[in-house]
Write a protein that binds this ligand. Sequence first.
Ligand code: P6P
Length: 335
Amino acid sequence: MTSPISLTRYLVEQQRIQSHIPADLRLLLEVVARACKSISRAVNKGALGDVLGTAQSENVQGEIQKKLDIIANEVLIEANEWGGHLAAMASEEMEGIYVVPNRYPQGEYLLLFDPLDGSSNVDVNVSIGTIFSVLKKPDASAGVSESDFLQPGNRQVAAGYCVYGPQTTLVLTVGDGVSMFTLDREQGSFVLTQERVKIPADTKEFAINMSNMRHWADPVKRYVDECLAGSTGVRGKDFNMRWVASMVADVHRILTRGGIFLYPWDKREPGKPGKLRLMYEANPMSWLIEQAGGAATDGRQRILDIEPTQLHQRVSVVLGSRNEVERVTGYHAGL
Ligand code: P6P
């Protein structure tokens, strides 16, 4: 029986074989993974630790912060600021960027994260997760500012998430496919459990918050109505629906068995392109989905090609099994 491959061994071998994981990026990914282990421990404490409930504060999005939102954010900042691999970090939980303090060496990478996505689920013991995206500073020589982060998702050098569910699983891409690592709590290390993840091009499972149906644009209504019509309608097959209200959990299911996830624009706030954030939710998830053979658009264009204008800008998201995403995108184009 071959010995299990740890995340460290996987990254060392990828660095040696593929040489597209420079030493500083390997260090960054190992530090993020270690931070996710700490967050997993805090999440798993639940009512046994002082981690549930709200923190009596709001984040930059105007959302009430959960205690675990703040804990997870602090864990990621403290884990990453001293290593010399980063120039700065950006988080859903912080209005501006966090520049690595002068007392530490600065690196060339930029780390963006949603420290605890789906945190409203933590109080009801449903899977949540950490999402992260890695960019390179455009000009290695200069200082760092918020504008350095405003790069399209097709410029990411690494992306991933850690889902805190029945298992704690780290899912990662550096541009050469998607790999999954499950936390072995006895060893305290992430172990490679799946490589070359592939999403089926077709599916019978869609994920959307159906309570928003009356607010959707017509192309989304048309797509969902056809799914609901099932074998009696134009699709000629029955569909199943899932909605965890935790993007990490819904995306993990899609990477594992296919499906389509939609959080589209709706009429409630017409000026808002969507609910989800481009830089640290949609971009990393879209790259993972594309690296696994799926597709990701905002209903009209490839998410990874969107040129960002604001750090916390939102976007409409349609991602998953390629043929379904292309169908929804086609409906938006009037096909
Ligand atoms: P709703 C969690 O708050 C989140 O940002 C995503 O993880 C999730 O897919 C979505 O919002 C759920 O939104 O409106 O269904 O609660």
